[in-house]
Write a protein that binds this ligand. Structure first.
Ligand SMILES: Cc1ncc(COP(=O)(O)O)c(C=O)c1O
Length: 394
């Protein structure tokens, strides 16, 4: 094996090379008409992404964190409310909740999928929540009203939205999806494939450059089938205003999607399905190449179409393996090394080690291998060979 070849974790250069002329032309057009904020580039991308997903409304915003905040606020969630999510996610999921003035509540994951466990969710609602005299479901310890559930489609695998939607309906909870890692992922419902992000009252997408659909800077979007909530989000993303210098709420913010990002996203959206197929192919090469090794490979539940934003395996010897792979020139990542309840930022929640055994176990054993649409079969084989050598040395 050539141990000198570096294998990048993500290769945006390779992804941009074939479409560089299109990107330059789109940027030049915006430069020549000086429409940097709003305008047709933004509305066009919003319409195209809405059509791609099969939703009525897309609201382009500055980033995925803004999208999470807006999705909650426009659905009436705020101070005194609690939103259930998972501890094994990027901090933005919980930041969106606190930015809306609400209280995050964590529920453990399913170890196989790394997504919110419907079983743990039901247990949490039964054991830690109770209906008050006004008929509101409250989290007993914090006294907050349980208003919403925000599953994260982690690594590109949709959470069990059928089971979670049913629980939400049963308890009258709003379902808001954190779809920031799941552009194009699908679930089959009654024989029909439906995209992640279209199951809840709203969903948030991030177009951070390394995402399956990535901008060339920060960008995001909220998607919904509710025109009233969409109108509210449009107002809030632009200083609480739908008419210049007329402000109808003080809760507004500057959370707009800029035109250059929108124009680039319109170009990249045309390639999204093809790129997702390439990612899926790379995942299959990994599956073949890593078969038989004492590691856990990503689980693909029936009727769920994974888009492999990340290819994450689990191994007890994660830290040694990671170091040894780097010696072979292979970059890896850990998504995410510290569950949110154990972060200093959430000390105030007083949730000690042991609170969420699956999320904690996952954080200690997960390893993200190189994954992007231009990963070649030879590169994947190189990673698998290196993995074999590393494990046989242990
Ligand atoms: C699961 C998840 N939620 C939210 C976000 C926030 O998105 P952004 O970085 O665009 O604000 C990210 C981005 O990394 C994410 O992965």
């Amino acid at each position: 094996m050539n141990t000198k070849e570096m294998i990048a974790f993500v290769d945006l250069h390779a992804q941009h090379a074939p479409i560089l002329d299109e990107i330059h032309a789109a940027i030049n057009e915006i430069l020549s008409n000086s429409s940097f904020i709003g305008g047709t580039a933004v509305s066009q991308f919003e319409a195209e992404f809405a059509q791609y997903l099969g939703v009525q409304e897309v609201i382009g915003v500055g980033n995925g964190t803004d999208a999470l905040w807006l999705a909650l606020v426009a659905n009436g969630i705020g101070p005194g409310d609690a939103v259930i999510t998972v501890p094994n996610t990027f901090i933005a999921t919980a930041e969106g909740i606190t930015r809306a003035g609400a209280h995050p509540l964590f529920v453990d994951i399913d170890i196989e999928t790394a997504n919110l466990s419907p079983v743990a969710l039901n247990e949490f609602l039964a054991n830690q929540c109770a209906v008050d005299d006004n008929g509101h479901l409250r989290h007993v310890q914090s006294g907050t009203r349980v208003a919403a559930v925000m599953p994260v489609h982690l690594y590109g695998l949709p959470a069990d939205l059928l089971a979670i939607s049913e629980i939400c309906e049963q308890h009258q909870l709003t379902l808001i999806e954190d779809a920031c890692q799941a552009h194009g992922a699908k679930i089959r419902v009654n024989g029909e494939w439906k995209r992640a992000g279209t199951f809840g009252a709203a969903a948030a997408f991030s177009f951070y450059p390394g995402k399956n659909l990535g901008a060339i800077g920060d960008a995001g979007a909220v998607v919904t089938n509710n025109p009233e909530a969409a109108a509210k989000m449009r107002e809030l993303r632009s200083h609480g205003s739908s008419e210049k210098y007329i402000h109808t709420t003080h809760e507004g913010w500057n959370a707009r999607l800029d035109a250059i990002q929108a124009a680039v996203l319109s170009i990249k959206l045309r390639y999204l399905d093809e790129w997702n197929e390439c990612r899926y192919q790379a995942a299959q090469w990994y599956r073949q190449g890593l078969a038989g090794l004492p590691i856990e490979l990503p689980y693909e539940p029936e009727d769920h179409q994974h888009v492999y934003h990340l290819y994450v395996v689990r191994t007890e010897q994660r830290d040694e393996v990671r170091k040894a792979l780097l010696d072979y020139g292979i970059e890896t990542g850990i998504h995410y090394p510290i569950p949110l309840h154990l972060q200093q930022a959430y000390n105030w929640m007083n949730l000690p080690l042991g609170s969420f055994p699956n999320a904690e176990r996952s954080a200690q054993t997960i390893l993200s291998l190189p994954m992007h649409p231009y990963l070649s079969q030879q590169q994947v084989e190189h990673v698998c060979q290196a993995f074999k050598s590393v494990l046989s040395d242990k």
